[in-house]
Write a protein that binds this ligand. Sequence first.
Ligand code: C5P
Length: 217
Amino acid sequence: KLNNYWQGRKLLITAGPTHEAIDPVRFIGNRSSGKMGFAIAEAAAKAGAQVTLIAGPVSLKSSPDIERVDVRSAEQMFAAVKEHYQQQDCFIGAAAVADYRVKEAANEKIKKQDGVDELTLELVKNPDIIQWVAAQKDKPFVVGFAAETNNLIGYAKDKLARKNLDMICANLVGESLGFEAQDNQLTFITNNKVEENPLSDKQDQALALLAFIAGNN
Ligand code: C5P
């Protein structure tokens, strides 16, 4: 099914959540487990690709033939991607990057204060990593993810166009699907194709994604 397409190709992939520090012991994050991105990285490495995996804070192991860079925040993930995006054949942004970070994280643990019943955190927008990759002259084939709770295909197509991606994988989140779950159901979308994949585990979705890229690139 995969033929030899991935043999010797270079794949850069982001996976997992990002954690945006509030103070040394607290953060803003999301419920991404990293399982989907790690499944793609493992499947691609097995298919002979040279894989670089930029991982947010997750508790997952990766095989030794994958070059892994561990990061915490969106800014760190962005720096790692900038360092590695050149000479890649494909970039897959499977990370659930936080859209905003705390403007100024405190250097010391924020204390609970008597009589202070409300605190305000000021947030600023994080860089859009995949959009940056897709805007480079020497860009690889760029694949994004769109995790949505509603209007899945509509929002995904919007994102494909707005971020100038080559392809987007739409997946519904919520209930037993998507974040934290074992199973997933991806719909592969390019400028001229929409292909819905049946529900299966993330390893199987990963193989289907790699096969789709092999056939459409
Ligand atoms: O806009 P949204 O965050 O839903 O887009 C999801 C896609 O964009 C995913 O592929 C995700 O990895 C990527 N993304 C990114 N940098 C951000 C936000 C999202 O690379 N700051």
